[in-house]
Design a protein around this ligand. Structure first.
Ligand code: DGT
Ligand code: CA
Ligand code: CA
Ligand code: ZN
Length: 572
C-alpha cells in the first residue's frame, strides 16, 4: 500500500486532462486520445502496475505510458499541474452537472462570464442565457433541474467509490502498532446507496499510534482534527474520514452505535429504557454495571434478539423481526448463479460475447444473458429485429461450442412512450429473456408512466422490468411510478423486478425491493455490464437486495438454469 494510483485514479487524471483541454478548445485528437485512454484504463481488468509493457495496450503510446509510470510511482503529473493553472477551477466542477459538456461551459464562460457554480446559478436564472444561439427554454429548464440534483448529491459519494477508499485506509491503518480490530462502520457498513463520510473504528493497544498513522496517510488532503481517540481528515478525493479508537470491552457497543442508522439506534435505546437498561457507545448498562459491550452479538442477545445484519438497520421492522426470530436469511454473493443483464460489442458494450461468456464462467456462473439494446437506442447502436436475430444466431453457435456456461439470448427492449414494444413480438418470441426498460420520456406524470409500463407488461413478452426508476445516483432523479398499481400486474404477468447492480443505479433500491417482495414479486440482480470489469459490480446489487430483506429464493438468478428456463418459458 503506497502512494501509487489505482486504475480509476489514473483514469480520473486523464479525464481531467481531457476536460481541461476541451475547455481550452485544444486539439480534438489530443483530447480524444486522453479520453480513450481514460476509458480503457477504467475498464481494464488488472492493476496497471502489473502490466509489463504499457505501450502494448491499445491506445497507449509512448507519451501516455510515461505518464502512467509517473502516476504509478506516486508522483504528480506536471502536465496536469500546469493545465490546472491555466483555467478557472470552478469550470471543471460545472462539467459534473448533467447536460453541461465542455462546449456549453465554454460558451457560458465566453458569452456570460460564468466561471463557477455560483455564477452558473445566476446565469440559468437570468434572461441572457436564452439568447445564446441554440439555447432554448427546454435546455435551460433541463439544466436547472440537473443543477438542483447536483447540489443535492454533491456532498455525498457513491457506495463503490467510498468502499474502495475505505478499504485502502483500513489497509494503511493495519500498519499501526498494536492494532487488534478495525472495522468501517456508519452508512458504509450498512451499504447505503450514498455515503456522507467514512467512519472507521479501531481497537488495540495504542490509540496514539493509530492516530499518528492515520493523519500520515498519503492521500490526506487536510487534517480536520487530531485528537487522542478521534481524528478526522479529508482525502484528496474530497471524502471525509473519521477514525475512532475504542477500548476492547466496548468495541461491540461502539461498532453498534457508529454503524447506526440513527433511527435504528434510537429505536433500540427506547426498548432498552423499557427494560431498565441504558445503551450508549460504551456499552449496555444496568445502573453503573456494564452488562454487554464487547460484541454486537452480545448486545442483541441481551435484548432476546437474533443478530441483525447492518444492511437491515434502518428501523424498518428489523428489531421486531429479530425479537420474534423472523429475520430473513439474507441472500449472499455466492448464491448467484448467473448475470441477467450484459451488453456486448453488438451494441454499446466493449467486448465480444465470447469474452463475456468466458469471464462469466470464471466468475463461477452457470449462465449469462446477453441483453443488447433494441433499435430505438440509436446512440447505443440499438439493433433492429433482423440484427437481433443475427446476434442470437451467434449465441446459438457459441452455445454449441462452450462448456460449463450457457449464454441466454436476451434483449434490453425499449418500452416506448406509449407502452409499445420496440421490436415485433415475432422476434421477441425467439428470445430466452426480455428485459423491458425505459430510456426516455422520463418526465411523464405518475399516471402516464404507470400506464406506459402496464401496457408493455400486458403483452406477456417482458420477463424483467430493468432499472425501473431510471435514476442515476447524483445525476438523474427517479421517474414517477405507481407501484401499488404496477406490482400486482407484475406478479400476475410474472415480471421480475430488476435490482440493477451498477453502483450508479442501484435500482430498484432496498426500500422499494422490500415493498415489492411483500407484494409477492421475484427479482433479478444484474450488473448491466458494458465491459468485463462491469461484471464485478454484482456485489453492489447483492447489498441492495439485502437492504430489501431478500433471500436467495426471491432472486431468479440464484436458481439453477433449468428452473430459470422453465420460469422464463411459462408466460401468461
Ligand atoms: P452518512 O455519513 O451521512 O452517510 O451516514 P452515517 O449513518 O454514517 O452517519 P454519521 O457518519 O453521521 O454517523 C455514524 C453513525 O453514528 C450513525 O449511523 C449513527 C450514529 N449517530 C450519529 N449521530 C447520532 C445521534 O445523534 N444519535 C444516535 N443515536 N446515533 C447517532
Ligand atoms: Ca458516515
Ligand atoms: Ca461520521
Ligand atoms: Zn438500460
Amino acid at each position: 500500500m503506497g502512494k501509487g494510483l489505482s486504475n480509476s485514479e489514473i483514469a480520473a487524471v486523464f479525464s481531467e486532462i481531457a476536460d481541461i483541454l476541451d475547455l481550452k478548445n485544444d486539439n480534438v485528437f489530443k483530447i480524444r486520445a486522453y479520453r480513450r485512454a481514460a476509458q480503457l484504463i477504467e475498464g481494464f481488468e488488472k492493476p496497471l502496475s502489473e502490466v509489463p509493457d504499457l505501450e502494448e495496450l491499445p491506445g497507449i503510446g509512448r507519451e501516455l505510458a510515461e505518464k502512467i509510470w509517473t502516476l504509478l510511482k506516486g508522483e504528480k503529473l506536471a502536465t496536469l499541474e500546469k493545465l490546472r493553472k491555466e483555467i478557472e477551477p470552478g469550470l471543471l466542477e460545472l462539467l459534473k452537472i448533467r447536460g453541461l459538456g465542455p462546449k456549453r461551459v465554454r460558451t457560458l464562460n465566453e458569452k456570460l462570464g460564468v466561471k463557477d457554480l455560483e455564477s452558473f446559478k445566476q446565469a440559468v436564472a437570468g434572461p441572457e442565457i436564452l439568447e445564446l444561439p441554440g439555447w432554448g427554454q427546454k435546455l435551460v429548464d433541463d439544466l436547472k433541474k440537473s443543477l438542483g440534483e447536483f447540489q443535492k448529491y454533491s456532498q455525498r459519494s457513491r457506495l463503490d467509490v467510498a468502499k474502495v477508499q475505505a478499504e485502502e485506509v483500513v489497509e494503511w491503518l493495519k500498519g499501526a502498532q498494536g492494532i487488534e480490530r478495525i472495522e468501517p462502520a456508519g452508512s458504509l457498513r450498512r451499504r447505503a446507496e450514498t455515503i456522507g463520510d467514512i467512519d472507521i473504528l479501531v481497537t488495540g493497544k495504542d490509540a496514539n499510534a493509530v492516530m499518528e498513522k492515520f493523519v500520515g496517510y498519503p492521500k490526506v488532503r487536510e487534517v480536520l482534527s487530531r485528537g487522542k481517540t478521534k481524528s478526522a481528515v479529508v482525502l484528496d478525493s474530497g471524502i471525509q474520514v473519521d477514525v475512532r479508537f475504542l477500548e476492547p470491552e466496548s468495541f461491540g457497543a461502539g461498532l453498534h452505535y457508529f454503524t447506526g442508522s440513527k433511527t435504528h439506534n434510537i429505536a433500540l435505546r427506547t426498548l432498552a429504557k423499557h427494560k431498565g437498561l441504558k445503551i450508549s457507545e460504551y456499552g449496555v448498562f444496568r445502573g453503573a454495571k456494564r452488562v454487554a459491550g464487547r460484541s454486537e452479538e452480545e448486545i442483541y442477545k441481551l435484548f432476546g434478539m437474533d443478530f441483525i445484519a447492518p444492511e437491515l438497520r434502518e428501523d424498518r421492522g428489523e428489531l421486531e423481526a429479530a425479537r420474534t426470530h423472523k429475520l430473513p436469511k439474507l441472500i449472499e454473493l455466492k448464491d448467484l448463479k448467473g448475470d441477467l443483464q450484459a451488453h456486448s460489442e453488438w451494441t454499446d458494450g466493449r467486448n465480444p460475447i465470447s469474452e463475456i461468456a468466458a469471464r462469466a464462467k470464471e466468475l463461477g456462473y452457470a449462465y449469462i444473458a446477453m441483453t443488447d439494446h433494441s433499435k430505438s437506442q440509436r446512440q447505443a447502436g440499438g439493433l433492429s429485429g433482423g440484427e437481433m436475430l443475427k446476434e442470437w444466431a451467434e449465441i446459438d453457435g457459441l452455445n454449441r461450442k462452450l462448456k460449463g456456461i450457457t449464454i441466454l439470448k436476451g434483449v434490453e427492449l425499449d418500452i416506448l412512450k406509449d407502452g409499445g414494444l420496440d421490436l415485433p413480438e415475432k422476434v421477441l418470441r425467439q428470445a430466452d429473456i426480455v428485459l423491458g426498460s425505459i430510456h426516455g420520456n422520463f418526465n411523464l406524470s405518475r399516471a402516464e408512466q404507470s400506464a406506459r409500463v402496464l401496457k408493455a407488461f400486458s403483452t406477456g413478452r417482458v420477463h424483467v422490468f430493468a432499472h425501473p426508476s431510471t435514476r442515476l445516483i447524483g445525476e438523474r432523479e427517479p421517474i414517477e411510478l405507481d407501484w401499488e398499481k404496477i406490482a400486482p400486474v407484475m406478479a400476475k404477468m410474472k415480471v421480475a423486478a430488476e435490482i440493477n447492480a451498477s453502483p450508479h443505479r442501484l435500482d430498484v433500491n432496498g426500500e422499494t425491493a422490500k415493498y415489492l417482495k411483500e407484494q409477492g414479486l421475484v427479482f433479478a440482480i444484474s450488473t448491466d455490464a458494458h465491459s468485463l470489469v462491469g461484471l464485478q459490480d454484482m456485489e453492489y446489487g447483492v447489498y441492495t437486495a439485502r437492504r430489501g430483506w431478500l433471500e436467495a429464493q426471491d432472486v431468479i438468478n440464484t436458481w439453477g438454469l433449468s428452473k430459470l428456463q422453465k420460469w422464463l418459458r411459462e408466460r401468461r
